[in-house]
Design a protein around this ligand. Structure first.
Ligand SMILES: [Zn+2]
Ligand SMILES: [Zn+2]
Length: 479
């Protein structure tokens, strides 16, 4: 079955050959799986790997709202395994697999085809589907490696990697080697000694038994730094003081899927979804939804700014607060956009005060594709009413977005048309994405205040903005 997703192209940067590769999604996944997991692993483990590798790619890709590779601009991913995701091209696979090339190619292709278009999601979003060689007994909680809590990267007890060559390894260093590799200060005559009591001291370890912080000689190291500096496979280590022999359990950061564990689970007959759900807490297996003409918003990141909020003094004559109205329109708009597959970032989620600077920061950090700032107008003359929309000088996309939205607002709300204008406003100027600033109506006008107090009117305003955004992406607007 030829799937629509198969037509999805990935532009990657091959860091070794220093060249661009444009591949079909599933072709890319084959190369990523070939790099990530030994092809002799059972088919079901390769399938699990294919889902992880594909999810990592989708999460990066700009068409799905990702950042792309942040090192090589203009590419979705690079082939540096330390940066985006490792990848083996045909040549690399031939080298690695030798006489088994044909057999393994078929096997990896099958694992990829069987899972075509399937990714791991949490709350409907593709996850950071990380994996490691072997966990050595327990996978790790994300906060112990990255510092932040990720709901689906929780510690699980895994005895499935017991028979892996990485379950337990020893690595011996001379004291001189330790001094050189870690840059610690040590008394010269230590080098001759067989024993230096108290040379190493575990300060903090995680519940899964990995070193979080360690003192070696006169310096304190983060577990991850010791792993890097000494070239150890993982931070789950013990040592013998007499010879500085490290005993290391597992290989890799310990987050997400334990590959050797997946191998054993596959051999024991666990199906794909059970393997993945064992290592990633609370995830679902979902089909990729490709952004299409019919769904122009899929994967787009839209920032909605309902103004600064929380302002009791920004009210209409009858007391309706602007902070509330803006937020109500924003919420309806958010639901409509999410329904269409967009990712929405709100600068504030409740009616509380948030400074302009804070809101601009949220928009810029979200790397939004577009930003929509929703406001109401005020005028001393209560008889003045109507709709107006602004864009920043030089922001051509913002101008087109403003025109698209304004046109819909006028035809939907039928208030007086104050037009689309160029303006120098902090929020438009400092926002890095194409942006628009909308004054839906005049809250100082009692008739328009009454309209804004009605849920139905606010929904119509949100729908008009939504339709305008859609028209902007469909390129439907004609000046
Ligand atoms: Zn990269
Ligand atoms: Zn394991």
């Amino acid at each position: 079955m030829k799937d629509e997703v198969e037509e999805l192209k990935v532009r990657i940067f091959d860091v070794e050959k220093k060249k661009e590769l444009v591949l079909e999604m599933e072709e890319y996944v084959e190369g990523a799986v070939s790099y990530a997991m030994p092809a002799e692993f059972p088919l079901e483990a390769l399938r699990a790997q294919a889902v992880c590798s594909r999810t990592i790619a989708i999460r990066r890709m700009t068409v799905f709202g990702g950042s792309g590779c942040r090192r090589y601009h203009g590419y979705e991913l690079c082939t540096d395994p330390q940066h985006c995701q490792g990848f083996l091209d045909q040549e690399g696979r031939m080298k690695l697999w030798g006489t088994k090339f044909e057999e393994y190619s078929k096997k990896v292709s099958k694992a990829v085809e069987d899972t075509a278009g399937i990714i791991l999601t949490y709350n409907g979003n593709p996850i950071e589907a990380v994996y490691h060689r072997a966990c050595g007994g327990y996978t790790e909680d994300s906060e112990n490696v990255w510092g932040n809590i990720v709901s689906y990267l929780r510690r699980v007890e895994c005895n499935y990697c017991k028979d892996s060559p990485d379950w337990r390894k020893v690595k011996t260093f001379s004291i001189r080697q330790l001094k050189n590799m870690l840059g610690i200060n040590l008394d010269e005559n230590c080098f001759e000694k067989k024993e230096v009591p108290g040379l190493l001291d575990k300060i903090v370890s995680t519940p899964s038994g990995r070193i979080k912080r360690i003192r070696i000689g006169d310096m304190i190291f983060e577990g991850g730094d010791v792993k890097k500096l000494l070239g150890l496979p993982s931070t789950k280590i013990n040592w013998k003081v007499s010879a500085i022999t490290f005993e290391i359990m597992g290989s890799g950061h310990g987050l997400g899927m334990c590959q050797y564990g997946a191998r054993t689970m596959a051999l024991l007959g666990f199906p794909l979804d059970e393997i993945l759900k064992f290592y990633f807490t609370g995830v679902e297996l979902s089909k990729i939804e490709k952004p299409t003409k019919a769904k122009p918003l899929a994967g787009k990141v839209v920032a909605i700014d309902p103004g600064r909020g929380g302002d009791a003094n920004h009210c209409g004559p009858m007391g309706l607060s602007e902070g509330y109205v803006n937020l109500e329109i924003a919420r309806v708009l958010e639901a409509m956009l999410v329904q269409e597959g967009a990712r929405v970032v709100m600068t504030r989620a409740k009616n509380e005060y948030k400074s302009l600077q804070e809101r601009v920061k949220i928009i810029n950090e979200s790397k939004a594709d577009i930003a929509v700032s929703i406001h109401q107008n005020f005028c001393d003359d209560e008889s003045i009413g109507g709709t107006e929309t602004f864009y920043c000088r030089g922001d051509e996309k913002g101008k087109r977005l403003s025109l698209c939205i304004h046109k819909e607002l006028i035809s939907e709300l039928k208030l007086i048309d104050h037009g689309v204008k160029e303006v120098d406003l902090y929020i438009l100027r400092e926002t890095q994405s194409p942006s628009t600033f909308i004054n839906v109506a005049f809250l100082s006008n009692p008739e328009e205040e009454r309209l804004l107090s009605e849920r139905e009117f606010r929904e119509r305003a949100a729908r008009a903005i939504y339709t305008g955004i859609k028209a902007y992406y469909q390129g439907l607007f004609k000046e």
